[in-house]
Ligand binder design. Sequence first.
Ligand code: FAD
Ligand code: NAP
Length: 544
Amino acid sequence: MSADNGDATEVLDAVVVGAGFSGLYMLIRLRELGLRSTVIEKGDDVGGTWYWNRYPGARCDIDSVDYCYSFSPKLLEEWRWTERFATQPEILSYLEFVADTFDLRRDIRFSTTVTAADFDAESGTWLVRTSDGNLLRARYVVMAVGNLSEPKRPDIPGVDTFAGDSFHTAQWPKEGVDFTGRRVGVIGTGSTGIQAIPLIAEQAEHLFVFQRTPNYSMPARNAPLEPQYVEDVLASFDERREVSRRSDAGTPFPPASKGTFEVSDEEREAMFEEGWRRGGINALSYAFTDFFTDVRANEVAQEFARRKIRELVEDPQTAESLLPSHHIGTKRTCVDTNYFATYNRDNVTLVDLRREPIEAVTEGGIRTASRHIDLDCLVYAVGFDAMTGAMTAIDIAGRGDRTLREAWADGPATYLGLMVADFPNLFLVTGPGSPGVLSNMVVSIEQHVEWIAETIGYLEAEGLATIEASPAAQDQWVAHVNDLANATLYPQAASWYLGANIPGKARVFMPYVNGCGNYRSECEAVVRDGYRGFALTPAASARA
Ligand code: FAD
Ligand code: NAP
């Protein structure tokens, strides 16, 4: 559908959707290009992930000193992280500080949702509709909507019948929740549940954890940061970040150099112990090159992790229920503080849903196959419609009125995770087909935003009307992303990377597994080759 030119209320150069790490930086770069731009954000302030996920225990699992922007010397000079892994309030304050420093809020419309975006081939512009009834016309649209921003609705019968208080971790009330004296149920043991459970347990009268799939979790070993350490990091920050940009995971740590079976059993054990002592998401995966590709190598690390769980959990039956069986890392590895030890508390009960599945949420609690558990509060830590959910929630129609939902019915297809064929001038930040979610996302976000800004700058400078991915280049990219994934263990787990957490969602492995550094080189080569795989349309011939 091409919307009527006449009813557009406002004409801009660019609309950015979302005011998290991606949208804020995008706005800064668009302003630098001198483009009239606005950001539309559902929430009533900046922050994205860190605005919404206010559940107890929420914090990053990438070192704070790396989980931040690098583009601004002023930000680096004026901000100091206080913990190895910053809490949600600290990261939110950081993003508020960024918004203040660059006076970003004047170009952001808060409490407003983008509901539709239609490409008008006549004029080569997008018509963007918002929940407040406005229609914006812009040449460029940047979807900075987040990979983990569309909360999964709990797919359990009876959810609406519960008479107590229920909360989704990704829509946590700003004023917090007091669980004192209450019987609380937490459903979900992914990264979110594993962070929240130890803190809810400290408050609740009794906590019931409803676990369907056990997960691996590495100790965070979180601690306050020594001021001198922070200064040392900052003194060589440019080099540190450059190493991260060229690395696989967007972090500055040296890559593994040996295969699992190239060292003796004793040496391997010592390396795993060392990783466990240092903690963090790569506590075990840092050590060996074949961790994600060789089943036997991964199994050795799995056995180590399961042994640690058995050591940490006193009750043998509870420990057995907590033992994961998938290949480590193929579902995102969790990072915790006191998670397994929490099951040693008298006021915590693990409900193993593989033994007694949930039948329904009831007015008074949860009925499993073997009992009814009375509850005052329910916490849904059930995750997200990841990587595509925030995009397909918007009615997006490109050339020939083709909707994005149609285009992605069999799984998301993109070129470089940045653009979609038939959707000219519509950019994705860390879209499916990019390494975003497998990396330190801020490093990936900066690279995407910079690529998009440079591309828009190029179009402007060259007097070009549109850029769009060619279907052939997109097909090749999708095949390449799949081939890379299929050479690893990743696709073997029923993960959100694969869409497996959402009933009915097409199962396609979405992230690019070959690392940030290689991906960056591919993006650079595409530009060097004159935007290889993209069609660039001169101003006079933008029409379909
Ligand atoms: P988001 O921060 O998700 O921002 C997207 C924004 O778009 C949201 O504010 C949303 O409201 C808005 N939006 C979406 N659709 C619309 C619409 N239709 N209209 C208007 N607004 C819309 N990554 C790491 O690298 N390290 C970590 O330690 C880490 N920890 C995480 C912890 C949690 C609890 C979660 C959920 C994710 C974590 N991530 C982590 C991933 C995290 O999402 C990214 O690091 C990063 O914050 C994403 O920024 P973003 O701006 O791309 O997206
Ligand atoms: P998640 O990893 O998808 O975990 C959701 C949990 O809910 C899983 O245990 C899942 O079980 C369970 N679940 C879902 N539906 C259920 C149902 N109907 N019945 C019972 N259980 C159900 O989601 P998440 O924990 O919110 O994490 C998502 C991602 O956000 C992470 O992988 C990570 O990238 C990011 N994150 C990072 C941090 C951090 O440490 N920095 C913290 C939070 C989130 P199954 O596995 O059986 O489906």
